[in-house]
Design a protein around this ligand. Structure first.
Ligand SMILES: Cc1cc2nc3c(=O)[nH]c(=O)nc-3n(C[C@H](O)[C@H](O)[C@H](O)COP(=O)(O)OP(=O)(O)OC[C@H]3O[C@@H](n4cnc5c(N)ncnc54)[C@H](O)[C@@H]3O)c2cc1C
Length: 534
């Protein structure tokens, strides 16, 4: 395998670049799927780019997805054909550009009523037709025996058969890192633990942002022709500052555009589902969609959709959400998972967009599932959408920036065939993301990881000392949480095991970075991921 030379992510060097007196073309607030997607697209077009993330890359919603790269069967039911088509196109692009991080996955919808198979089967066949050449496999009607062969853990009682269709799955936080590192390889400066605290203006127009390194307290002023607010559910904070500073008469406060809704996932052992096929329930007792997805050696059960009014960094599940998932899982699985079987529980906040009715200080840009707003002062805010369509969203954002003459127009589409780090050339062997993690999770970089000290020292299955060193040297990891939650996904897979490794991981990180790895904070966080509301 060809030797690769990844960019080092030494924090002192990155932060020193923040202090350089220069003007960027694009400054981005937020290092989730949306912000990182914009960073990569802009860098690929040759713009100078800086991105600041207040916590860690993908610490927000972007590490808490159901892990589906999907066209959205749900949108089809709503008749939103254009959106499904776009997502199906983006699905293909993603699977093509990061095959070790995003792969096709077969889903089976088990049917317990005779009418379900033809009813849902027709919809899924239409889904295939919409995918056209981007299709991953044909929708098939399954006998009862074939359904159980693919879903050995499904409830056999009353089972009539099933419908099998294809979508994709991915490793969300590692994909986020791959996007960021690919952008960095094209010159973008990305800094985590650096919070955008305010904007500054010239002649009433946004001229850059003020940010603070949350580890040192040091502040920086970043001049930029264009500031993109991609702070997920937190976008309103900066919008409101912008409105207050630049609203003109100050009579009307900027209305929030995000109405958050939370989604809970619970992780159980693989044998609850068996096999490599995901289970999809199109309509639960209360009309929602439920998935059981094989992922990194475990099974993810979820999700929910519960409005909430706060914007907690680590939202907690409500008891009703846990009861709902376990009750529904019990209806569809042979062996009903109980609270004691849950290895980890995690909650993500959806940035649902409610565009202001008539906001004079904003010009409403493109509005599909995501929304781009450009304020009177030129602050570009983007939120909503889904992981699968991050690339198309990035193109929309840059189109809006150019339309407002914040940057010049440069041809779009450069990211369609742009392979992400670790996928520069074909892999000899691609491992399924359904299988437990390991060296294969690094794509083309696995030889490099294996060459680092501690490659033979396993902290647990799938996590070596060398992987922790790699995370610190090349993947921006500073804290134990960065490694155990987002470089390795152990916190999401088995929070108790993750907690037991905190001290060891912390010691390696300290050696590598000289910074406080925040072991105690991680141990407390891991309790959160184990705690089911009674
Ligand atoms: C439960 C659930 C399941 C989902 N499942 C799927 C799925 O299976 N497939 C799919 O395609 N999509 C899925 N989605 C949608 C997808 O996860 C989101 O659309 C996407 O992650 C949003 O990314 P984002 O970058 O906009 O937000 P975030 O990931 O939240 O990123 C915003 C970032 O901004 C940072 N930030 C905030 N304020 C500041 C500041 N002042 N300075 C600097 N940084 C700041 C935050 O720390 C955060 O990291 C799901 C969403 C949820 C909630």
């Amino acid at each position: 395998m060809k030797e690769l030379a990844p960019l080092p992510t030494d924090r002192a060097a990155l932060v020193a670049r923040l202090a350089e007196p220069r003007a960027y073309d694009v400054a981005i607030v937020g290092g989730g799927a949306t912000g990182l997607g914009v960073a990569l697209d802009a860098a690929a077009r040759g713009f100078s780019v800086v991105l600041v993330e207040s916590h860690d890359f993908a610490k927000g919603t972007s590490s808490r997805a159901t892990k589906l790269v999907h066209g959205g069967v749900r949108y089809l039911a709503q008749g939103n054909i254009g959106l499904v088509r776009e997502a199906l196109r983006e699905r293909t692009t993603l699977l093509h550009n990061a095959p070790y991080l995003a792969q096709p996955l077969a889903f089976v919808m088990p049917s317990y009523k005779w009418w379900e198979m033809p009813f849902y089967g027709i919809g899924l066949t239409l889904y295939d037709a919409l995918a056209g050449k981007a299709g991953l496999g044909r929708t098939e009607f399954l006998s009862r025996a074939k359904t159980l062969a693919l879903l050995p853990g499904a409830q056999p009682q009353g089972l009539k058969g099933g419908v099998k269709y294809w979508d994709g799955q991915f490793n969300d936080a590692r994909l986020a890192l791959a996007l960021g590192r690919t952008a960095a390889a094209r010159g973008a400066l990305l800094v985590n633990y650096c919070r955008a605290v305010d904007l500054f203006y010239q002649d009433g127009k946004v001229a850059g942002l003020l940010c603070q390194d949350t580890l040192s307290g040091q502040s920086y002023r970043l001049q930029s022709r264009c500031v993109v607010n991609a702070a997920g559910v937190w976008v309103d904070e900066l919008r409101q500052k912008d409105g207050a500073a630049n609203g003109g008469d100050g009579r009307r406060p900027t209305q929030p555009m995000v109405a958050p809704s939370q989604g809970v996932h619970m992780v159980v052992d693989r044998d609850f589902l068996g096999g490599d096929t995901a289970l999809m329930v199109p309509k639960t007792a209360d009309g929602r969609v439920l998935f059981a997805v094989p992922w990194l050696g475990k099974v993810i059960l979820g999700t929910t959709d519960t409005p909430r009014h706060d914007l907690a960094r680590e939202p907690l599940a409500f008891k009703e959400e846990v009861d709902f998932i376990l009750t529904e899982a019990a209806r569809y699985l042979r062996r009903a998972p109980t609270r004691a079987d849950v290895r980890s529980i995690w909650v993500g906040l959806r940035p649902l967009v409610k565009p202001p009715d008539d906001e004079g200080d904003n010009t409403k840009g493109l509005s599909r599932e995501h929304t781009v707003l450009v304020s009177r002062s030129g602050l570009v805010t983007v939120t909503g959408g889904k992981w699968t369509t991050y690339r198309a969203m990035a193109e929309d954002v840059l189109a809006q920036c150019a339309a407002k003459s914040l940057i010049e127009t440069r041809a779009a589409g450069g990211t369609v065939d742009l392979k992400l780090v670790g996928a520069e050339a074909a892999l000899d062997e691609v491992h399924s993301i359904s299988q437990p993690p390991g060296l294969h999770s690094y794509g083309r970089e696995q030889a490099l990881v294996a060459s680092l000290p501690g490659a033979q020292t396993l902290l647990c299955d799938g996590l070596s000392e060398a992987m922790v060193r790699f995370a610190a040297r090349y993947e921006y990891a500073v804290h134990v949480e960065d490694v155990l939650a987002r470089r390795s996904r152990l916190l999401f897979l088995d929070a108790r095991l993750a907690s037991s490794l905190a001290v060891q991981v912390g010691a390696i990180l300290l050696q590598e970075t000289g910074l406080d790895p925040q072991i105690v904070a991680f141990t407390a966080l891991a309790q959160h991921y184990l705690c089911l509301p009674a």
